[in-house]
Design a protein around this ligand. Structure first.
Ligand code: FES
Length: 581
């Protein structure tokens, strides 16, 4: 057996020409065409993933970040090499960004593996980018460090501070209710996004930024600096330097991303009042490691982990305020007794060591103590019942307290088009205590599980002042949304989940206290409906002619497996997270 070291730098992963020496000669000749010296080419190589795109204003600072990362890599003696991957923006991706997350994860994984680099800096920010990059990098196995683009600044409308996208929904709701006219909603639209960067509230992008830090896969303190401030650029420089150090320390993702790291991230998700999308992405990430998400254990964790961060949509403030209040270091310090302090981070130090070295705490009113939380339990509760045998979730911290225990009559929409056609029909038979149900917006059905779970309040009720109703679907909702909204009903209606059997007029019961979601229809009647549905000729929900849609429909898993492709998960599930106590 040879004891020669594994190839590094440009010697890594040579193109197959049948003659390794010739492959290296050819590669070197080509890169020299770009003006590199032999000295530069002998350095450890740090790949920098560029997800800048004209269609992605959330990554609009990518060029400045890359310049700062390059500086950091060179200061540490490495050679930075930038390369592109797919870029996904929430509002520009059809049919929905989630449909493309796994494609971006595959692109990230394969381009890291295909090109000669010793470590990689993942620059991403908009909702699906960070999970896609983490999933891909973990599977690729090289030292990897996430650098988020950072949040946008807030704007102002008529003296009121505004930011995307909780305020987008609030103002749009007022426009639908007729209290804001066309001119004013257009004026608001010019102020909601005051700079490049990701949404300014605790939406999915901010959540994933915090989770990347909580997982140990991004620098301590890196989640919160806004996109356009000096702190963000300094973090980028330090990220480049850290990537070089990770090569020497052989700090591969498997050493950082352990079950303990995922547990830490779950704590963070609950304590920040994070996006419901966070649980799907962490489930997918765990699946890559061969770990199943234990939702009952997660729910037990939720009952003992209060929401500490007072950010919209659960609270009052914006990401800029979160940064000024100390960001994730302040959150992790408060969570300290609940965290695995021995979990490793990209710095080579443990979470506990990083907290010991962090600057001292100071008085502020954005990140609360556990003794005086924003919400007594974690932001997300896990539900079960005959409507969701595989589970469902609700962001209880962003719901109306009076609706958390609710029984009402179902008003059912069969699919998204049915909803669009009827929701604002003045003749729609609907009352404020009814429960709105939308079917077939799950992973397979829509496809891609769009963020359509935030069903609009029927216009005629909105005009009567109704702001919230219990809404249930097999889809997702934006992390910036709020309301009493049950999501991720599993299995989804399109693959025969019981949600498909719900009909207008049925009674539905939601009890967050009992973690219950029930269709109050006798079992024989449900069996009769099921038989009726199975005898009716219906199209195969997984059918698709060709291309990525075919791959997606045939291989996407349900929400309880993170909607990853089945062939991208670890071949064997060997454990579960979080651990039961
Ligand atoms: Fe990109 Fe909100 S749209 S983070």
């Amino acid at each position: 057996m040879s004891d020669s070291p594994l190839p590094t730098g440009f010697r890594r992963g040579l193109t197959s020409y049948g003659d390794a020496a010739f492959s290296l000669f050819l590669r070197t000749a080509f890169i020299k065409g770009a003006g590199y010296t032999d000295d530069a080419l002998s350095r450890p190589i740090v790949g920098i993933i560029n997800t800048g795109s004209g269609f992605n204003p959330c990554h609009g600072n990518a060029a400045e970040l890359i310049a700062a990362v390059r500086r950091g890599v060179m200061l540490a003696g490495g050679l930075p090499v930038e390369f592109p991957t797919i870029s996904i923006h929430e509002s520009f991706a059809y049919p929905t960004s989630m449909y493309l997350r796994n494609l971006m994860a595959m692109d990230t994984e394969e381009m890291i593996r295909a090109q000669p680099m010793d470590a990689v800096v993942l620059i991403g920010g908009c909702d699906k980018s960070v999970p896609a990059q983490l999933m891909g990098a973990v599977s690729a196995g090289l030292p990897a460090i996430e650098l988020v683009t950072g949040s946008m600044l807030t704007g102002a409308h008529r003296g009121e501070r505004v930011g995307a996208c909780t305020d987008c929904r609030r103002f749009w709701g007022q426009h639908r209710a007729g209290t804001i006219d066309a001119a004013e909603i257009a004026a608001v639209g010019s102020q909601l996004v005051a700079s490049v960067g990701t949404c300014s509230v605790m939406g999915t992008a901010s959540t994933m930024a915090c989770l990347a830090e909580g997982l140990g896969l991004a620098l301590p303190g890196s989640a919160s600096p806004p996109a356009v401030v000096a702190d963000r650029m300094r973090i980028a420089e330090r990220t480049g330097m850290t990537a070089v150090a990770m090569i020497g320390a052989r700090l591969t993702p498997d050493r950082i991303l352990t079950a303990k790291a995922i547990e830490n991230a779950l704590r963070v998700l609950l304590a920040i009042g994070g996006s419901t999308n966070g649980i799907i992405h962490l489930t997918a990430l765990a699946g890559r490691l061969g770990l199943a998400m234990d939702f009952a254990a997660f729910d037990a964790m939720s009952r003992e982990t209060p929401v500490l961060v007072d950010l919209k949509p659960s609270g009052r403030f914006y990401m800029e305020d979160f940064h000024h209040a100390g960001g994730m270091i302040a959150v992790m310090r408060e969570l300290r007794p609940l965290l695995h302090l021995d979990a490793l981070t990209v710095t080579g130090r443990t979470v506990g060591e990083e907290l010991d070295a962090a600057p001292p705490a100071f008085a502020q009113d954005v990140i609360r103590s556990r003794a005086q939380p924003v919400y007594a339990e974690g932001g997300i509760a896990f539900l079960r019942g005959n409507l969701a045998p595989g589970g469902a979730i609700i962001k209880q911290s962003a719901a109306s307290p009076e609706l958390l225990e609710h029984e009402g009559r179902a008003v059912v929409f069969e699919h998204a088009e049915d909803l669009a056609r009827r929701i604002d029909d003045p003749s729609l038979d609907v009352a404020r205590n009814d429960v709105l149900i939308l079917k077939r917006i799950g992973p397979v059905g829509a496809p891609g599980m769009p963020e359509a779970g935030y069903l609009p309040i029927p216009r005629k009720l909105a005009r009567d002042g109704v702001k919230d109703m219990v809404r249930i679907s097999d889809g997702r909702m934006s992390g910036t949304a709020m309301g009493t909204i049950v999501l991720h009903v599993t299995p989804e209606a399109a693959v025969g989940g019981p949600l498909a059997l719900a009909r207008t007029g049925d009674r539905v019961r939601l009890s967050v206290r009992e973690r219950l979601l029930s269709l109050l229809v006798p079992e024989p009647e449900l069996a009769r409906r099921k038989h009726e549905a199975s005898s009716a000729a219906s199209p195969d929900p997984a059918a698709a002619d060709r291309g990525y849609l075919k791959l997606f429909r045939q291989c996407v898993t349900q929400a309880d497996q993170g909607c990853d492709f089945d062939f991208l998960r670890a071949p064997k599930i060997t454990g579960s997270v979080p651990a039961r106590r």
